[in-house]
Unconditional design. Sequence first.
Length: 355
Amino acid sequence: MTFLPSLNSVNPRRAFAGIGVVALLGLGVTACSSDSATGSGGDSGSSGDYSIAFLPKNLGNPYFETSDQAAKKAVEEFGGEFKEVGPSEATADGQVSYINTLTQQGVNAIVLSANDVNALCDALKEAQDADIKVITFDSDVDPSCRDAYVSASSTDLIAQSQVDLVAQQIGEAGEVAILSASANATNQNAWIESMKSYAAQKYPNIQIVDTVYGDDDDQTSFDKTEALLSTHPNLKGIISPTTVGIAAAARYLSTSQYKGNVALTGLGTPNDMRQYVKDGTVTSFALWNPADLGILASYAAKAMIDEDITGEEGDSFAAEGLSSNETDFEVGDDGVITLGKPFVFSADNIDQFDF
Ligand code: RAM
């Protein structure tokens, strides 16, 4: 496969410098034995002023298991107390009760990936009133109800990389559908909006004919894939901008008549997708390093608790232990802190990664 022009500048060895080593040293292993990170509230046992709670969209999602496991390590390394809590289903309602409990417990910071842009705001404002720092990571809320947002990459870069991948795989023409996460997910909705305008402008012969929601649930995503293919007999490609969705869609395609005929790309983890790249169901897909996202969010929370940053544009802070070896980060417009660029995985490189 050829790397996308927009991603050509991302040298795999530089983009994930050291990740192979990190994986060998334990990231992949710990990502698989994630009981402590995925339990509903295991404390690290450390003490200090950094009591930091991670609240993913849902528990049992390998993407968040990787980011939160890495966050746990980072928080413990700087002497903090880590906990992870979260709902089993990716809903805003499910997250609100955890935010309320964390506020009552008086943690120093809540780091969350939001299932809705507005529905968590009342609970988060109560947390802020109780002097708790609120950091979003992966998926944002309205900027008025958090202190900063740690984003994987820019919305447009993430969106464009997926559209370019599907365009490459279907000869820049034909019907494409999107299999998303939950209908209110802030991150997916922003990417989808950007995908649609980019596709319309750059690929006039591609039609995005449908968007369906698998709720970041494996079975729902599998069923929605099956339904998409029967509703749209001329479908040429599916973009699934969610690690849960793309893995379920690949599983469906891999044993169906559509394998090799309908392209599938989007955002996936190498460990989930490896078998489908090897069996020819999937050519290439994108993501960033979820472990790095967790580490960066931990250091942003620490800097916020230390009052080194407030979320103002231009604030800067240091992070340690990223696979990119980057240490210096700056808060951008609207309190957004950006990790880097998305990276494309294919048969050529997938075996270098273990997460
Ligand atoms: C899923 C979640 C997460 C998203 C990744 C790509 O794990 O929806 O929010 O960032 O996919």
